[in-house]
Every structure is written in C-alpha cells, then in structure tokens.
Design a protein around this ligand. Structure first.
Ligand SMILES: [Zn+2]
Length: 407
C-alpha cells in the first residue's frame, strides 16, 4: 500500500501497489506495478482533477483550467491508434489520464504532485488504473497505457524499450538523436540493459518488431516481469527468437537501420504548400483549431504544420521570419527506415529571426512547431534567402524584413 505523500485523502485508497519497476535512469516513466483486480474508485486513481475531455480512447483530467487544444486532443487518439496498430493490439480499455502542468493557466497542482502518484519518480507513470503525465511524457506513457492491459509487464529492456522507441522525448540533442532514441549509437548494449532494471532498448525494440513482428515481442511480456534476471531474459529470448541473445544482438548491430519512422509524427497535420517562392503559414491561434497544440510544459500553446523541403532547396540558405520572434523547431519526418545518413546532420532544425538561415541537407517532409505567445496569430515564413542574413535588419525583429529571393 502506498499513500500519497502530501495530500491525505478521505476517499478509499484501495489499490495495493507493490514493487517499484523502474530505476529512474531517465526523467521519464516510472511505473507502479499493480496487483490487478477490480478497478478502484476515481479518487484512488489520481488527484482531484475533473475529466474535462473524452476523446475516442482517453479520459483526460487536466490539472489546469487552460484549454487543451484541438491538435493535442486529435494527436492523443492518433498516437493510441498508431501504437496499437504497430503492436497488433485492439484497445480494450479507456485510458484515464491525469495531466500536470504547473505553468498553464489555472494550474491546480505543482508538477511535483505527480511524484505522489508515481512511486519511483516524477516524470510520469502508467498503470492499468491511471496514467499520469506531463506534456513531455505524454506519448511515452500512452504507449505503456496501450500495451499494459493486453501485454502486461516485462523486463525493462522490452517494456521501457517499447515506450522509449515510440515516444517523443525530443529537443535535447543535436542531430537525428534529437527525435529518434538511437541507443544503437550509444555504448549501452541491449545485453547490458537486460535484467538490470535500467531504461534502454528503444531502438532494439523497434528492430525486433520490424524484423520478427509484434507477436514475438509480446512473448517477452508473457514470459518476463520487471524482476526477471538477466539469465531469465536471455533464456526467454533464446526460446522465442531461436538463437542465443549474443547472436541476436550481433545481428541487430549488423543489420539495423539508423532510424525507424516515428509512427504518427507527421500524420493528420496541416500542410503548408510551397507557393509563390516561399512557404508561408498564416493561421489563427484559436485553441480549437486543429493546427493548435498545447499547453506545452512551459504553458504556451504551439502551432504545428508540415512543410516539404524540395530537392531544389537542399543546400540552399533559407530565410526565416516569425513576427513574434520566437524560435520554431522542425523535425524530419521519415517515411521509411533510414540507413545511410550522418546522424549529426539529419535532425532538429531551428527557425529563428536572429540566427543564420537554416540549410537543409535532405529533401523530405518536416514537422514544424511554432510556439505562440499571447494571442497573436500564427505566422511563419520560410523562403530562399536573398543573402541578407538577419544581422542586416533586425533592430526590431518583429518587423517584416525583405529577405526572400524576389522581394
Ligand atoms: Zn516508461
């Protein structure tokens, strides 16, 4: 039995929770193990946040009064569907999601209250009773929430690997590692993670699904638990995959592509076409619009769209103008596994009024996110530069500069 630390409750606390599953090697995703059984009453499943949104799959109880924007609501369902589809799972149970954001308008709880419900950390957690998230951990915990009711739990190599391989912990690194969790490039091998309780194996899990299908991975959930030993993990792998772990691992390093597409990353988004010599995204910042997402963990909403960088613009300096003078971010949308690319080159790009123009090295679709300050409308312009870098004109960087070819 675990009791919330700071907020004693009068309601029943009927959930016996035992066993801490994950060491918090990362800020994300600590998970309570649960003993199954009857669904507990709502007050035992989370804080006093009301369910204000019911999407197709998720009951969302935000810990703030600020609206959750249409794009985020749509993307939550899309993520549930792409994860379930990849794993061959039919979603049988609605997800109850408590969403913490101390920076949003009308915040009812500090983010630290999340620690009261996630026994081993404060990044987020999922059990079959409830899921506790911040915006940053939302995709990760939803993967757990989809897998748990039908697959149950497993060794962290598979359970956390699966969630990490499909989450969106992006923006902290340069290059393709900024969006795809490429433990392929790290020094910690899957055999190090197995039976250790560490989080890892994101890319390895994607490879297992891609190479052998989801049913074999599901066997790893049926045969293993969070307390399985390394020897038990190795034995289960050999039984199901038909070869010793070290041979499977050698095959992984020999054959895996650098990155797999992140399902759903660039689906269902507003697309900004190339028109009149530029990409120009002008839209309302009304939270009910499908291109509006949020609140992000900093409390701001953000607009999301896609742009296609065409082959003729690869290697070309592009000029950027964002009147609100915020930095927009762009991530590459892979549509198939990618093998030959410099991981340091393909990755996150920053669009900003005051830095050098971005140059793209590959023609592909990009997901662009523009933070929105106040209630200003959304405006982003991207165009082939006429050579005037931002230092030529930004006394007031919000004033429309003439720096597109053809201006
Ligand atoms: Zn996790």
């Amino acid at each position: 039995m675990r009791t919330p630390r700071s907020k004693p409750r009068s309601g029943p606390l009927g959930v016996a929770r035992s066993g801490v599953l994950c060491a918090l090697a990362f800020t994300l995703a600590c998970m309570d193990t649960d003993d199954g059984g009857e669904e507990p009453p709502a007050e035992a499943r989370g804080p006093d946040f009301d369910v204000r949104y019911q999407t197709k799959y998720v009951d969302i109880a935000p810990g703030f009064s600020q609206p959750v924007c249409r794009g985020s609501l749509d993307e939550i369902d899309r993520h549930v569907e792409v994860v379930a589809d990849l794993l061959g799972i039919s979603v049988e149970q609605r997800v109850l999601m408590f969403w913490y954001n101390q920076n949003a308008t009308g915040a009812m709880a500090e983010n630290s209250e999340l620690c009261d419900w996630c026994s081993s950390g404060c990044g987020g957690c999922a059990s079959t009773d409830a899921t506790h998230v911040r915006n940053r951990s939302l995709h990760h915990e939803l993967v757990h929430a989809v897998a748990l009711p039908t697959w149950g739990r497993s060794d962290t190599l598979f359970e956390e690997g699966l969630a990490m391989g499909l989450d969106r912990v992006i923006g902290e690194y340069e290059g393709i590692n900024s969006i795809y969790n490429l433990d392929l490039l790290g020094t910690t091998k899957p055999s190090d993670v197995a039976g250790s309780g560490q989080h890892g194996g994101a890319h390895f899990s994607r490879w297992l699904i891609d190479r052998f299908g989801p049913d074999d991975l599901r066997q790893m959930f049926e045969r293993l638990t969070g307390s399985s030993t390394k020897a038990e993990v190795f034995a289960a792998v050999e039984e199901v995959y038909g070869l010793p772990f070290e041979e499977l691992e050698a095959e992984y390093y020999a054959t895996a592509p650098l990155a797999y597409p992140l399902p759903g990353l660039c689906e269902g988004l507003v697309h900004v076409p190339w028109e009149d010599g530029r990409w120009e995204f002008e839209a309302s910042s009304d939270c009910d619009q499908p291109h509006m997402f949020g609140p992000a963990d900093d409390g701001r909403n953000y607009a999301v769209a896609t742009v296609d960088i065409l082959p003729e613009h690869v290697g070309e300096s592009l000029a950027v103008w964002v009147p609100s003078d915020v930095s927009a971010l762009a991530w590459p949308c892979l549509d198939q596994p990618i093998y030959d690319v410099d991981p340091a080159v393909l990755g996150r790009s920053l669009f900003d009024n005051s830095i050098l123009p971005p140059v793209f090295t590959m023609a592909m679709r990009y997901r662009v996110e523009v933070p929105i300050d106040d209630s200003e409308d959304v405006h982003l312009r991207l165009c082939p530069s006429n050579g005037l870098d931002p230092s030529h004109h930004p006394i007031d960087r919000t004033v429309d500069p003439e720096n597109c070819l053809g201006d």
